[in-house]
Design a protein. Sequence first.
Lengths: 174, 174
Amino acid sequence: MAQKNRLQYIILGLLNIESKTGYDLTKAFDSDIGEFWSANHSQIYPLLKKMEENELVSHHEVQIGQKLIKKSYDITPNGKKIFLEWLKEAPEMDNNHDEFVLKLYFINNKNSDLLKTMVSEQIEFRENKLNHLTNQMKDKFPNATKRKAQYGHFCVLKHAISREKNYLNWLKEI
Amino acid sequence: MAQKNRLQYIILGLLNIESKTGYDLTKAFDSDIGEFWSANHSQIYPLLKKMEENELVSHHEVQIGQKLIKKSYDITPNGKKIFLEWLKEAPEMDNNHDEFVLKLYFINNKNSDLLKTMVSEQIEFRENKLNHLTNQMKDKFPNATKRKAQYGHFCVLKHAISREKNYLNWLKEI
DNA sequence: TGTGACATGTAAGGCGTTACATGATTAA
DNA sequence: TTAATCATGTAACGCCTTACATGTCACA
């Protein structure tokens, strides 16, 4: 029944860069990562706890002021292993989230084979999608009358097409 | 504590076009609507039941073969009212779903004031976002060295920027 | 001395996915 | 006659949002 649990991998990816607190992670979702994923602190803190139980992360305490002690989380060797395995799997296409972009975020070597494979697979996937969409456009809106009768639908379809074209251009640049 | 419950509005919008069965609605999410929203039949059937209890929809039965009886759902006057109220509200910006595109899908009159207002508000919103992203780009990737060190992050940000530009072009065409 | 950012949690409940279940109809 | 599609449900469970709750620290 297992669902994707992608938040876990994002956290591992972020901790793989450097040790962070729950608060730091929360902020990351409001800035960088926020561009393609969101999460609240109320989701992050319990998950970190669970991940620590599963030995994917550990934490050390950092004294800040007189009283405040931060918990800074670190990725464990096992966590790294799990993260890298996930990164290598083919990204799943989900309507709501783009797992390809998510994985790309964590790939920093421009010349890695993984990157090349992922990009070319993604190009193929997107080309199929674009093809499907342009066919839909031809079928549903062959003339101005139909375009007018369902203007909203027409606009949305046009949007999807231009989005895919733009996506492809971007992919080909990489 | 109420969450958005946008699926309900999509169903109302689809039934507002014409009477449909749960199966028809399910199929709609695999084609047209699937471009920007997804839903499974296991979510749709119980929701239709609940919506009928709340008098947003009703159903009539249609005999198909010897034994099979379909339930075709119709929007009620109250359902229409609720749907139109939702359509008029400013779309909320959510990281996962684009409520603007969703609402646009249901607007068929090219010259409606509602469309004009929504589009211009959306343009403003997207321009702010684009601005914010280009600033981020300047801050984080001022030179080739930094772009190389975090190549994935750089690509993702470039993607977000080109996506927003593309979105704006599309909006301005409408 | 008070405001805003930092910091960390828990609880309730709705939303969405996956799986389980069953049966009818149509067309090859 | 059998496979694909049509058609309609329920159950389990994880994910996510909203709200509740508390306290520290830096700076003006």
